[in-house]
Design a protein around this ligand. Structure first.
Ligand SMILES: Cc1cc2nc3c(=O)[nH]c(=O)nc-3n(C[C@H](O)[C@H](O)[C@H](O)COP(=O)(O)OP(=O)(O)OC[C@H]3O[C@@H](n4cnc5c(N)ncnc54)[C@H](O)[C@@H]3O)c2cc1C
Length: 624
């Protein structure tokens, strides 16, 4: 749930005895006082250097996902001439509907329009972007309430961004990549280099690094290293990429029913094995890893999700070299809100004929047989203009799994069932994570002139993580004071008032930094303007942050992902239906897969040898 707090208007009540002049003087004083933080920052602006030095672009590093080693995602788009060229040809009269204007919906609508179809996008909110939600705080600053960090392996995203004049810059301020205050129990460290050991975390880091680089042994069976799988998946040769399959199958067979915590126990905790790096993890190590990872942020929130769900981030390089979204301002690269990308793509699609119904909510989807015997899809909608009914020849549904299931009952069985049984079961049974973010801008501070002054905080307490962002405004810094998941988010969720939650978190910061070399850190927390609070599980158009399989649910991910092959019912697009990545790149992957399947049925594919529908096949992995 997203709520904003406007800065309080300090309007003084005016006693009748005061003269008009003194009233005016008083209100001027009040106004000046309310502007003071800005004024101070503005005066000093020339003294401040950018928070993270020069913004340098980062290049993409294309690779296949371990679930789909048959293709590298962007090869089809590139073979067809890049994102501004069509990927195929569709009949001009084909009526294509897209429900949801998130990254997957906007991209699919853009592709369908370029291919020549008659396309209608239905979006419940007043703007496109979905969980790529960049809330404006000022003319430069944004609160990035949804997605905010992107790995160079996200090749579809990187290529789209470049085609629309955007880029990515090195170094999202992840813990350890920028000066980070790490608080664990009574310990407090300033961590400036992720490559160095954080005191107290040596055993975990040695074990984790050895596992990633060298694999592990469990009950006499060897598991190849994830690092080697990445090298295979980066290969331009399909035979090399396919080597990943037997390795990942071994992980699936061993870990499909394990929680992340149980999987770690098998690798590092069992006394009858020799763990990677040779030393077993102690109870304290598991606790530290849960609270703070290897210093990079705790995994405890995810201890109950499926081991494979978390581990696949490694071979798919989802967490490697995370970058920030950026654009060019006066010829210089500058971090900016990623919603701009989807807005630009949507504007381009609109110029090419896309019809959009914004502030229009789809309330039901059914199918019926038209007079010519073909199946058509009927979408009922509600908007400020009232209810309506639309009919489409092809339909793409870009809703999170919780919205699809709870709000539109898409997993229903019976006479008006839309999907095969296995898809319905998967739709009804997938878990979505909870997440809370609270973000605001503060005046720049001379404290940031100290290059070692922490830009990021992580703690084992109720304050999960805090980040400082630089969007190029010399007067302000954007602070995300909480980025919480699962139980951490559930605890914060009880507070709906952004100002109250801010005060609660600030007092936690004060306690944490009091024992650090930077007790003055809390002084920077003087919000100017809106405080933006989002509890994603309460957002009516998301009902969660993203799909994260619980033990045993990985097979559901596979079912949803491969649904496009069966072609029964509408196409499900979005990160909830990706197998390789529950992030933007996964959303784009599902969009291109389903779009290629639809064009194959209805029109002509360009470069069909590179189209995902002709390359990706289900059945390369087996589940019990
Ligand atoms: C807290 C958080 C952090 C994240 N961090 C990252 C990250 O760092 N990196 C990354 O790559 N990804 C991240 N993600 C995931 C990323 O935001 C999604 O993968 C991305 O938004 C793609 O989503 P999508 O297109 O599948 O769906 P969405 O973005 O959810 O779009 C779905 C659209 O459907 C609309 N809608 C809902 N109901 C209806 C209805 N009834 N009728 C019509 N329209 C409807 C919604 O308003 C929305 O616009 C994060 C997400 C969250 C919430």
């Amino acid at each position: 749930m997203q709520r904003r707090l406007k800065r309080k208007n300090h309007k003084a009540s005016t006693p009748h005895s005061l003269t008009r002049q003194s009233t005016l003087r008083k209100s001027l004083l009040t106004l000046l006082r309310s502007l003071l933080p800005w004024k101070r920052a503005f005066k000093a602006s020339s003294e401040f250097t950018p928070l993270y030095g020069e913004n340098r672009p980062i290049e993409m590093r294309p690779q296949a996902y371990v679930e789909t080693p048959q293709h590298r995602r962007i090869e089809w788009v590139e073979a067809c001439g890049g994102p501004h060229r069509p990927l195929g040809k569709l009949p001009g009269g084909l009526r294509v509907g897209v429900i949801g204007g998130g990254p997957a919906g906007v991209t699919t609508a853009f592709e369908a329009v370029k291919a020549g179809a008659q396309v209608t996008l239905i979006e419940a909110r007043h703007e496109v972007g979905g969980r790529a939600r960049s809330v404006e705080l000022s003319d430069k600053n944004v609160a990035e309430q949804g997605c905010m960090r992107f790995p160079p392996s996200a090749s579809a995203l990187f290529v789209l961004a470049k085609a629309f004049g955007f880029a990515f810059i090195e170094r999202f301020p992840n813990p350890g990549t920028v000066p980070t205050l790490v608080s664990y129990g009574d310990e407090c460290h300033i961590w400036t280099d992720a490559e160095t050991n954080l005191p107290g975390f040596e055993n975990i880091k040695a074990g984790w690094d050895a596992f990633i680089e060298g694999g592990c042994q469990i009950n006499g069976r060897s598991f190849e290293s994830c690092a080697k799988v990445v090298v295979w998946l980066e290969s331009p040769q399909i035979e090399v990429r396919m080597k990943a399959v037997s390795t990942w199958q071994a992980y699936i067979t061993e870990f499909q029913h394990d929680t992340f915590r149980e999987g770690l126990q098998k690798i590092f905790g069992l006394t009858n094995i020799t763990p990677p790096a040779g030393k077993h993890w102690t109870k304290d190590d598991f606790n530290r890893f849960g609270k703070l990872g290897i210093g990079s942020g705790g995994f405890g929130a995810f201890y109950n999700v499926c081991f494979l769900t978390v581990l696949r981030y490694v071979p798919n390089s989802c967490e490697t070299d995370l970058a920030s979204f950026a654009g060019y301002v006066d010829g210089k690269l500058q971090a900016m809100g990623i919603r701009s990308l989807w807005q630009s793509i949507w504007e381009s699609a609109t110029k090419q004929g896309l019809k959009s119904l914004l502030s229009t909510k789809a309330t039901s989807v059914t199918k019926r047989t038209a007079s010519d015997g073909r199946t058509v899809f009927v979408v009922r909608t509600e908007s400020p203009q009232g209810p309506s009914e639309l009919e489409f020849d092809e339909l793409f549904i870009n809703l999170t799994i919780n919205v699809a299931n709870r709000n539109l009952d898409l997993g229903r069985k019976g006479p008006d069932q839309l999907f095969p049984d296995a898809t319905c079961e998967a739709l009804k049974n997938m878990h979505m994570t909870l997440s809370t973010k609270i973000t605001f801008q503060v005046p720049q501070s001379p404290l940031f002139n100290d290059p070692a002054f922490p830009r990021t905080l992580i703690t084992d307490g109720d304050l999960p993580q805090a980040y400082c962002f630089d969007y190029g405004d010399p007067k302000t810094v954007v602070v995300m004071l909480a980025y919480a998941w699962e139980e951490d988010s559930r605890r914060l969720q009880s507070e709906k008032d952004p100002a109250k939650l801010f005060r609660r978190l600030k007092s936690l910061v004060e306690q944490v930094v009091a024992k650090s070399p930077y007790p003055q850190w809390a002084q920077i927390l003087q919000p100017v303007g809106d405080i933006v609070l989002t509890h994603w599980q309460e957002d009516p158009y998301a009902l969660g942050a993203f799909a994260f399989a619980e033990p045993g649910q990985d097979r559901h991910c596979a079912t949803l992902f491969y649904d496009f092959e069966k072609k029964q019912g509408p196409y499900l697009i979005g990160d909830s239906y990706s197998h390789g990545n529950p992030w933007v790149e996964g959303a784009l992957e599902s969009s291109y897969n389903c779009f290629s399947a639809m064009v194959k049925q209805r029109g002509t594919l360009y470069h069909p040898d590179k189209a995902p529908v002709n390359l990706i096949r289900s059945g390369i992995y087996f589940y019990e």
